[in-house]
Design a protein. Sequence first.
Length: 147
Amino acid sequence: MLSGLLISNIGHAEVVLLGGNELGFVLKETPPCCVIDGRKEFNRAKAPLPEALPYRAGLNITPTATVVVLADSDSEALRIAGIFEKQHPGKAILAVKGGLKTWQAATASLSSAPANEGAPGANLQFVIPHNTCETGEPLQKLQSKKK
């Protein structure tokens, strides 16, 4: 019952502040496309999150799934999430309650969770590589060799 309520609330595209088991459940059910790290630069350097896109003023993303924002405080995570909510109305945006410790606990529980029973390949998840949510100049351009 709670699981369906959480997922449906996120689907209505308002910023949701989640922590603990609720965050872990939502991440398992709806993996994010973008993780935005709104912590201060010093804290990002001290405990980097390679899967996260550092927040900066004017950051432009193209969310294809849930956007997750974490910061040094819950109020800062909500403020940054609100910016993305205004840029992308109708998209699901989560703010992490409890910051880095909560994020690490939620993602650690996902990686240590036993695989569910089901059809072969049913437990596979697609992971979007780092920086693919950010718009602007591409990080790399692949060109074929001309013959």
